[in-house]
Design a binder for this molecule. Structure first.
Ligand code: NDP
Length: 312
């Protein structure tokens, strides 16, 4: 007997990439990868990533909307999303590991001034630049959630001085904790390297602007692995042009793919990566979906529940 009728609705993720793995992980459920092929009012669960606005409105009897991405900013702001239906996001240890690797690589790169040596090489310039050891370097993490905490733990193992900022106080052993808007200036003041891992919400949209960047120490490095909408591009470019911000590593952008003429592509102080800091892995993600559907069937608490009012 079928447990749940499940439909995959996404323009951003291809059904082909997910179908086989999801079918294997959800043998008790009826899966459909062509949204138009089943009456929406008969669907129990939607699996989705960045659906077009309004795409979930016809699903009137849902028991769960399960995002197959960790970021759910497009879902929470869609006013047509069925109300009162639990919305869960993906929490996948494999993605967390990917993010930890990306963040650690970029932090070490910035710490060792490899961006500057790359610029020197382009000019065939041999100049020794000294770097302190990691225990003399302060790295800030903006957003101490699932990913931020995991990154903090690895940076602590590398012996960096780590500080974190979140909405509510988050105690992580060895991390200097800052919480709330009032604490933001004090947090930023010593961040020689700043790793951004905060969700995009109405409160955080555009928060990395001129006044935010002016609070960083001179020559700081910005590493944005979260969402492009957090950054005001022109303000960041001005800070890079003046050298106030020494380098920016950008994995995410206001418009993706990053448009061909955008200055980030060619700016000597910018590293561009194509939204690859932590890639979804259908094999491990399917395990998370299976666990949440098991919980849904058993009436047990769901994992990764999103607080729609908070926006993440
Ligand atoms: P979580 O929801 O687990 O953590 C978010 C953190 O940000 C929390 O510490 C939260 O505070 C803090 N926060 C949220 N809003 C505010 C605010 N207004 N003021 C202060 N702090 C705030 O998210 P994850 O760690 O799982 O993921 C973070 C983001 O990373 C995702 O939203 C996604 O956009 C991005 N991402 C990027 C990927 C990539 O490949 N580039 C891949 C996966 C995710 P509190 O602890 O108080 O709740």
């Amino acid at each position: 007997m079928t447990r749940f009728r499940v439909v995959f609705v996404s323009n951003a993720e291809s059904a082909e990439r997910w179908a086989e793995t999801l079918r294997a992980a959800l043998p008790e459920d009826a899966l459909c990868f062509e949204p138009g092929a089943v009456p929406p009012e008969e669907v129990d669960v939607v699996l989705t990533a960045a659906p077009p606005p309004g795409a979930l409105a016809p699903y009137t009897r849902l028991k769960l909307i399960q995002s197959i991405w960790m970021g759910v900013e497009t879902l929470v702001v869609d006013p047509t999303l069925p109300r009162d239906v639990p919305l869960a996001r993906m929490i996948d240890p494999s993605m967390t590991r990917g993010m930890v690797e990306s963040a650690a690589a970029h932090v070490l790169n910035a710490h060792l001034r490899l961006d500057e040596f790359a610029r020197q090489q382009r000019e065939a310039r041999w100049k020794l630049l000294r770097t302190p050891t990691a225990d003399q370097r302060t790295v800030g993490i903006l957003g101490m959630g699932e990913l931020g905490r995991a990154v903090a733990e690895t940076l602590l193992q590398l012996e960096f001085r780590v500080r974190g900022w979140s909405r509510t106080p988050r105690e992580v052993e060895g991390v200097e904790s800052f919480a709330g808007d009032a604490a933001l200036p004090g947090f930023l003041a010593d961040c020689e390297i700043l790793v951004v891992l905060i969700p995009l919400t109405p409160q955080t949209t555009g928060m990395i602007d001129a006044s935010f960047l002016a609070r960083l120490p001179d020559g700081a490095v910005l590493i944005n692995l979260a969402r492009g909408g957090l950054v005001r591009d022109d303000d960041l470019l001005a800070a890079l042009d003046s050298g106030r911000v020494r380098h920016a590593v950008l994995d995410v952008f206001n418009v993706e793919p990053l448009p061909p003429g955008h200055r980030f592509w060619t700016h000597a102080r910018v590293t561009v990566t194509p939204h690859v800091a932590a890639l979804t892995n259908p094999h491990t993600a399917a395990g998370f979906v299976a666990e949440n559907l098991r919980r849904l069937a058993a009436g047990a608490p769901l994992l990764g529940l999103v607080d729609r009012a908070r926006g993440y």
